[in-house]
Design a protein around this ligand. Sequence first.
Ligand code: FAD
Length: 560
Amino acid sequence: MTDRHAEASREGQERAKGPAGLPPEVDVLVVGYGPVGAAIANLLGRYGVRALAVDKAREIFMAPRAIALDNEALRVLQLAGLEEGDFATVAIPHVRMLSPAMGEFGRINTLGQIDGHPKLVTFYQPELEAALRRRAAEYRTVRTALGVALTGLVEDAGGVNATLDMGEGRTATVRARYLVAADGASSFVRQLIGLDFTGQTYGEDWLVVDASGAKDPIDHVEFLCDPRRPTPHMIAPGGRERWEFMLRPGETREEIESDVRVSELLAPWGGPSAMTIERRAVYRFHARTADAFRKGRVFLAGDAAHITPPFAGQGLVAGLRDAANLSWKLAWVVRGRAAPAILDSYDEERRPHAKAMIGLAKFMGRLIMPQSAAKAVLIHGALRLLRLTASMRRYFDDFGIKPQNVFPRGMFVAGRSGARLVRGGPLPQGLVRAADGGVRLSDDALGPHLTLVGFGRDPAEALGGAEASNFAACGGRVVQIAHRGQARRFRRDDAFEDLDGALTPGAAPFGWAAVVRPDRTVLHDGPVADVNRLVRESLALLGTPVAAEAPLAAAPALSV
Ligand SMILES: Cc1cc2nc3c(=O)[nH]c(=O)nc-3n(C[C@H](O)[C@H](O)[C@H](O)COP(=O)(O)OP(=O)(O)OC[C@H]3O[C@@H](n4cnc5c(N)ncnc54)[C@H](O)[C@@H]3O)c2cc1C
């Protein structure tokens, strides 16, 4: 089928709606339209995939949950199409760890930016989810259905038939090539496909209180690491603050949520008369990972795949990494640009990293909630001592302890090239200037493509005819990133000037090229003179050229 016919056929299928407005078949069914499902829906929309996202809830979940996002999460949200101002954030200058016995014993500097985004912000989760839903509604190929629960699924060689409960006794069946379960920590899909959720559940409960309107709110994040009552406390947008209070033995969920007890707990900050309490909820935290993130045509993402205590602020962040990693792979496969084998790399790349982040959160938990006063003095004292040496202070204060998002194994050409770019790691992001003078972040300039980037030189000059056409057929785009001030010949809209030097130094020496995945992971790199080999080896890894996947078997009738 030619591209034009494939596109026409896709549009035809898009128009064929079942009686309930649900398409009878889609490329990807996303189960769960929380923040991770919504990010995936947006990314699939950007890549032109026919997707349906369903959620059993009709409304966005309002209880207090995620509050912090790092630069990596903000970059994924940028990839998913969110723009500055779509949801409010507060940049956090530092995170302080305080002990009642010895004052500040730890500090993480979060001032400044990495890859075009603040290192750490706080935000309001319902506002982010609303923004993601608004953006997803702009994609012609993305459908959403709320108040619709997945109740069963049957997989065969060509796809998955999902049974959906539409409410009021109605059911529907939708057939999809692939199903993404973003249905949260108690994922029904994970149970249906028989994957274990291995790890531990903590023994303690925590009361989370969100309040607004205090006269003099905190402007950073602090962990009050008092073993009698550990209390993280932080600023959030909209004049909000959050406190998380660990319950003591004998305290119950019911009594700790009462107005009297919340007043007592907030007394050091002026009590409820000094602020408006917006939300309160008691949680028990878990540290668990699914035994695999993929089984057949079903993929787990977000809390369905991994759940972490919130001490490192990495639960949703990890889910957003899943979204970026998985969405382009599904898109490239269903659009016939890559072989289905690339989908195995999702589990290979994401599961070890998600586990490492849970390890970090557990470590932070030990700092924040030591189990006795003696352990507190020991642990906090040791960290304080370690920070007396400059290198250790830098390691802790600059959060060097945070696992890097660099894959040891996965969908990239193995080995190091000699340049500072790391295959299997992220391409840096910075500000670039286009031929028309417009300045933008480099990810926006690269767009939703597989990209051959030439640093310094234009890689198109060295790219051969066959490689150029094969690369284009695989959704590839060829881009030049020139050094700032470098004389360059702007080709159409595909040349940019690296304004802050974020991209080009990493690619030194002069005249370097990289093949970059749509999720901005470096797939391959080498001298510009070798671009034909780089492209050939990259396409071989993707398994392209491949014929488009076999069309779905006749869709079952939609019964509503
Ligand atoms: C107190 C607390 C603080 C936190 N702080 C942070 C933080 O600072 N930073 C951070 O990154 N993370 C944090 N997290 C974690 C973060 O909130 C979660 O990781 C995130 O909300 C998970 O998103 P999700 O989309 O994977 O799942 P969810 O938001 O749980 O969404 C799952 C969706 O699936 C739907 N669903 C379930 N079953 C079905 C079905 N059968 N059919 C259809 N739909 C279904 C549900 O209705 C729901 O809407 C925190 C969590 C808590 C509890």
